[in-house]
Design a protein around this ligand. Structure first.
Ligand code: FES
Ligand code: FES
Length: 168
């Protein structure tokens, strides 16, 4: 092994994985290029937009500025890990039902952040929602529909008719 390479072992969406990578490799590149999970996006590349949001040991991180080395021995969850084999998660479904997905580039990051929010605060109020999602930017929706979707999940606004498929 070259001195500039490191061996990593961690769980990715619940599955044990390992990789040997240059020590400067970013988590976003490791997940996208080595493991082929392209849901997490690169946009600002400077921890501003949230398009690359993942969970690392249950905490939200910007994977564009997180070293892959930081994942060693830990648990990484991406949007793919939050997506059922068939259909949509309840977060994804709420975003679709509320028309909160336009170009969709921000959506994977929002799905991860909203899922994390609801894990922490199942009945989040508006202040908690806004604070939790402050690291996720959307240039299309104006946030109104995203907020409505999250409120419906938090039970502070009536939900819409579910889509005709099994929910998780
Ligand atoms: S691409 Fe990581 S925060 Fe924007
Ligand atoms: S839907 Fe286009 S950036 Fe959010």
């Amino acid at each position: 092994m070259s001195a500039a390479e490191i061996d990593l072992r961690f769980t990715l969406n619940g599955r044990e994985v390992q990789a040997r990578v240059p020590s400067h490799t970013l988590l976003l590149d490791l997940v996208r290029e080595r493991f082929g999970l392209k849901g997490s996006k690169r946009s600002c590349d400077m921890e501003v937009c949230g398009a690359c949001t993942m969970m690392l040991d249950g905490n939200l991180v910007s994977s564009c500025t997180t070293l892959a080395a930081d994942a060693d021995g830990r648990a990484v969850v991406t949007v793919e890990g939050l997506t059922p084999a068939a259909g949509l998660s309840r977060v994804q479904e709420a975003l679709v039902l509320h028309g909160a997905v336009q170009c969709g580039f921000c959506t994977p990051g929002f799905v991860v952040a909203i899922t994390h929010l609801l894990q922490q605060h199942p009945n989040a109020d508006d202040e908690q929602i806004r604070r939790h999602l402050r690291g996720n930017l959307c240039r299309c929706t104006g946030y109104v529909k995203i907020l409505a979707a999250v409120r419906s999940l938090a039970g502070t606004e009536p939900g819409l008719q579910p889509l005709a498929h099994e929910r998780t």
